[in-house]
Ligand binder design. Sequence first.
Ligand SMILES: NC(=O)c1ccc[n+]([C@@H]2O[C@H](COP(=O)([O-])OP(=O)(O)OC[C@H]3O[C@@H](n4cnc5c(N)ncnc54)[C@H](O)[C@@H]3O)[C@@H](O)[C@H]2O)c1
Length: 279
Amino acid sequence: MELKGKTAIVTGSARGIGFGIARAFAKAEANVVISDMNLDSAADAARTIESEGGVALPFKANVTARAELDAMVAATVARFGALDILVNNAGIESTPSLLKDITEEQWDRVISVNLKGVFLCCQAVIPQMAKQGGGRIININSLAGRRMTFFGSADYTASKHGGIGLTQHLAWELADSRITVNAICPGAVLTPLAEMHTTPEYREMVTKRLIPLGRWCMPEDIAGAAIFLASDAAALVTGQAIDVDGGVMTGFGEDLRPIIRQRMEEEKAKAAQKAARGA
Ligand SMILES: NC(=O)c1ccc[n+]([C@@H]2O[C@H](COP(=O)([O-])OP(=O)(O)OC[C@H]3O[C@@H](n4cnc5c(N)ncnc54)[C@H](O)[C@@H]3O)[C@@H](O)[C@H]2O)c1
């Protein structure tokens, strides 16, 4: 599938899943805007893509800052003359906690980046896409947007459920403008960050208990679905949430509460050790 001549903005694409999507789009011959709050990493990511023969523009934008998003769209159109695809990928995890321990500050941060950020990015791109006669919006959601999958993440789960609601709503609202809006729900993805925060034993346990296809997703797996949704092949697909999870969602009978409670204790112990070192 090719995206020749198309221009895509991928938010949070300096690393992880977003970078995987931007890189795959560039290989499919799209122009890509590496939009991220971290400009140095975005510039590094753009250099990698250009070294592979792609076309990439790094841009600094925080998805919670409307003015920066308007500037991102203006810079995209100034450089490439059009904007065809938006991938709302930027997102943050929450610290695993029971509801009673989630601070208001943590709740606001997670909802602000994961949900309000999608709303603001959509508002920023829609006028340009409508002017061009159509476009594609792809929201990188999560299995947490479909079911209560991650015990101890009420804030993250609420933010991602909101993202699915927004996807379905916008699919109807933007149909007249020929803008399709879909979500991709990744399962466990082996990004460098996930590798840093989990042990091989934990990953093996998750694989054995939850993933029928027997391995974690790689960013390239998520990119494959994104390319499909951005391509002509998906012209009539809108309002959908596609699970890319190795089959996790077909089962999910497992009660992970004891394991996650153990993780919470480990995180607390780590934080206490860090605080003691700082004291
Ligand atoms: N990694 C997984 O297993 C997994 C599973 C399901 C869903 N997801 C979703 O996929 C998306 C990407 O996850 P990832 O694991 O690649 O994350 P990551 O932390 O590796 O990368 C996120 C990128 O987004 C950027 N970013 C963070 N907040 C931002 C903001 N406010 N404005 C602009 N940029 C910002 C970061 O600088 C970083 O470059 C997220 O929406 C996440 O919820 C991830």
